[in-house]
Ligand binder design. Structure first.
Ligand SMILES: O=C(O)C[C@H](O)C(=O)O
Length: 511
């Protein structure tokens, strides 16, 4: 124990945070892999099954290749439980030591992780370059050890966090189910729901976030049945959310959530605050304890954990598209739901690049790249290492680009967009009007997707870092037509096809 034994060394704390972040970037928690493999076995929707297969293949590749599961290596969330008797050999604030660990992990030359944090959210939005600062929460507890949980939370799922202050008699389960139905697929299901009920506004959100750090045990709960009202509520929400039919990537299917975690806290008689935070398929967190005996020792999971899946006979009967010869006539023949294999040159560009492009169009300035009859991939890739041409490079949420779409299609003649998740009604109407198409790759399969990229170079806006406009040369990159030139959207048709009545959970209490 540190109060009697050696104090916790500053260097051990920094290296443990760095090692833990590197670890979670490449290894899914075993309980998540097992749940996803079970969901894959159960899944009946071909599109959702294919998406889950890609996520599992990607997870195994990341574990073997020690490269990030997802290009979005997340905001670092840190939960510190500081024993009141813990002795730490440092004169620096703990948060500084944690941020030193974050910077070391994200700039590791062997496995650089993507820097996603912008310094000033309101104005400049310049990237800090090393993914600092982390969001750190402290709790002073009994004992003399220091327990730290690190989580890397992707932006797409964090964007879908919700809060409500319900009337005391209102049903939390109803609110959660109704709210999840409005979230779309940008949070990259299948994943988890963290729910915090009670306390105050910020307490309920904290509980929702912390609930996501608990190990997944829904299969066990389903097997043994509930032993408390909270467990009944978990089962009820799990059943009702999955019955919505949203499915993997919003394609329609049986599994939207593999688990539902709930925490509660006493609250004011007038209130019922509820926080809801979804966790994407890039579930990443780890807890370690320092007691003065050295840095955290992290054992890699047994690689036999992952099912050995392959991409299957993807090329048989699948249309191959030459991106260097794209025509509006050809795009008009693509049908929503169809799988395509893309080869040739595509541009990349996401939030910051779109903002700049649209600002330039409005000012009447020439664009640095011609978009006419081309495809743009909404992606912010991880930097490459060794033989890679690009690091993990999965799609980002296309819905965020909706506000730019009409002007970009009109002013540039762009033909194809590639991303993930649904497009809103206005963007779908623009796609229809301009005879364009929107394709999706699987969010959460970033390392797998990157293997289709054979060359990459930055073409414009280099100062935007991962948000710069690149040109990728791809070979047989698998995508699905999500919105076709007639305005048909698989994110509308898929979930409605797989929606089913929820089975009432026996003995459920109204909560
Ligand atoms: O930032 C990204 O690469 C993706 C983001 O997490 C998203 O899901 O939209």
């Amino acid at each position: 124990m540190s109060s009697q034994g050696a104090p916790i060394r500053e260097a051990d704390l920094v290296s443990s945070v760095a090692d833990a972040l590197q670890y979670i970037a490449v290894f899914h928690p075993p309980s998540f892999v097992r749940s996803l493999a079970a969901a894959y076995e159960r899944e009946e929707s071909p599109a959702a099954r294919d998406a889950i297969r890609q996520i599992l293949i990607n997870s195994r590749m990341a574990a073997f290749g020690r490269r990030p599961i997802c290009q979005d290596t997340g905001t670092v969330n840190v939960f510190v439980k500081l024993g009141i008797g813990a002795r730490i050999e440092t004169a620096r604030p703990l948060t500084d030591l944690i941020n030193e660990g974050v910077a070391r992990a994200y700039t590791d030359p062997d496995n650089p992780l993507r820097a996603s944090i912008v310094r000033d959210p309101l104005f400049g939005r310049t990237n800090t370059g090393d993914n600092t600062p982390a969001v750190v929460h402290f709790d002073v507890v009994a004992g003399d050890a220091l327990t730290i949980t690190v989580a890397a939370k992707g932006g797409g799922s964090e964007n879908k966090a919700k809060f409500a202050n319900l009337a005391p008699a209102a049903s939390v389960s109803d609110w959660v189910v109704e709210t999840v139905e409005t979230l779309g697929a940008g949070w990259c299901p299948p994943g988890l729901l963290g729910i915090g009920v009670g306390g105050t506004a910020e307490k309920s959100m904290m509980m929702a976030k912390e609930a996501l750090l608990e190990p997944i045990d829904m299969a066990e709960l389903l097997r043994r049945g509930p032993s408390s009202p909270i467990e009944e509520m978990r089962l009820e929400i799990h059943e009702r959310v999955n019955a919505l039919g949203i499915g993997a990537q919003g394609l329609g299917g049986l599994t939207t959530v593999v688990d539902v975690k709930i925490r509660s806290h006493p609250c004011h008689a007038a209130s019922k605050p509820v926080g809801l935070i979804p966790q994407c398929a890039a579930d990443r967190h780890l807890t370690f304890t320092l007691d003065g005996s050295g840095p955290a020792r992290l054992t890699p999971p047994d690689l036999s954990l992952w099912p050995e899946l392959d991409m299957g006979e993807q090329s048989a009967g699948v249309r191959r598209i030459d991106l260097d010869r794209l025509t509006r006539e050809e795009v008009a023949t693509w049908r929503a739901g169809e799988t395509l294999l893309l080869s040739g040159r595509m541009l990349t560009g996401r939030d910051a690049a779109h903002k700049r492009i649209v600002d330039m169009i409005r000012r009447g300035e020439p664009l640095p790249v011609a978009l006419k009859d081309r495809a743009i991939y909404y992606v912010g890739p991880v930097d490459p290492v060794r033989e890679e041409v690009v690091g993990p490079a999965g799609p980002t949420t296309a819905t965020r680009m909706d506000g730019f779409t009409d002007l970009v299609l009109d002013a540039t003649g762009l033909l194809v967009m590639i991303g993930k998740a649904e497009r809103g009604p206005a963007a779908i109407e623009s796609i229809r009007r301009y005879g364009a198409a929107y394709l999706i790759a699987v969010g959460g399969a970033a390392y797998l997707v990157s293997k289709a990229v054979k060359a990459a170079r930055v073409l414009a806006f280099a100062d935007l870092g991962m948000e710069a406009i690149h040109e990728f040369v791809v070979e047989d990159m698998p995508v699905t037509v999500a919105v076709d030139a007639e305005g048909n959207s698989i994110h509308r048709t898929g979930p409605s096809q797989w929606r089913r009545p929820a089975v009432t959970v026996k003995g459920s209490v109204p909560v």
